[in-house]
Design a protein around this ligand. Structure first.
Ligand SMILES: C[S@@+](CC[C@H](N)C(=O)[O-])C[C@H]1O[C@@H](n2cnc3c(N)ncnc32)[C@H](O)[C@@H]1O
Length: 231
């Protein structure tokens, strides 16, 4: 099974790379970098932290050549080992990236590009990027923070069903994180989410220089903020 997966994902990646080169395909990450380049908001020297890297073939591969330093984190040993072969990075951390954030186990003290390609719901003891937000700001002064957001949980559970208890728990976590009533968090508009995140980030002591989002599919939207620590 694993060998089939390796063949399938490596082939898909080769097709994506060929299309990027020959057909000017822009992946979501290509679009993010292009947008920030046009806005003149890309740092000159990009030091990137990729918190949920998997094998890196979905997103990390898209930007490995656009950054000066790349550190990957992945909890699954199989994917971690695969990423070592697939992705050109400076550091490959095996383990729980949220623990790495909270226990200062990362290689650098600061980064200026942090990507949280987190799951679209609950995973282990965590929910979406909510716990990442508890710790990640310690690692960034000026730069870009990008993370997956789920505007509509009802669409999400159509693809990946949850039992009633887990679904209810997820909604409670969303209600706490977004500071909204539980009956408001199943479907939150992008505009409202943008404002909520801007408030959260401002309350953490940053000014927001830029915000944009890229819809990845009907479940997950990538939000990205260019932030600057208030002096
Ligand atoms: C959506 S995938 C990320 C895909 C990846 N960004 C790429 O470009 O291929 C999420 C990954 O997070 C990993 N993961 C789950 N919990 C984790 C944790 N606490 N710390 C680090 N990685 C974790 C999973 O094993 C999975 O490979």
């Amino acid at each position: 099974m694993k060998i089939l997966q390796i063949i399938k994902e490596n082939t898909r990646r080769k097709l994506v790379d060929w299309s990027r080169k020959k057909l000017s395909l822009n992946t979501v990450i290509d679009q993010l970098f292009l947008d920030l380049q046009i806005q003149q908001l890309l740092p000159n020297n990009i030091e990137a932290l990729d918190l949920f890297a998997r094998n890196g073939l979905w997103l990390s591969k898209d930007y490995e050549n656009k950054v000066n330093y790349l550190e990957l984190c992945e909890i699954d040993k199989f994917y971690h080992n695969w990423s070592k072969k697939a992705i050109k990075a400076n550091s490959y951390n095996l383990g729980d990236s949220i623990k790495m954030l909270s226990q200062n186990q990362l290689k650098k003290e600061k980064y200026n590009f942090i990507l949280s390609d987190n799951f679209s719901g609950k995973f282990g003891p965590y929910t979406e990027h909510f716990e990442v937000f508890d710790y990640v700001f310690k690692y960034i002064d000026n730069g870009i923070i990008a993370f997956n957001v789920v505007p509509n949980t009802i669409t999400r559970v159509k693809y990946y069903p949850e039992n009633e208890t887990d679904y209810n728990d997820w909604l409670v976590k969303r209600s706490q994180f977004y500071n909204l009533n539980k009956n408001e968090v199943e479907n939150i508009g992008i505009k409202k989410l943008g404002q909520i995140y801007e408030n959260i980030i401002t309350n953490k002591g940053y000014s927001v220089k830029y915000f944009n989002h890229l819809v990845r599919n009907d479940v997950v939207t990538l939000f990205y903020f260019v932030i600057e620590k208030a002096s």
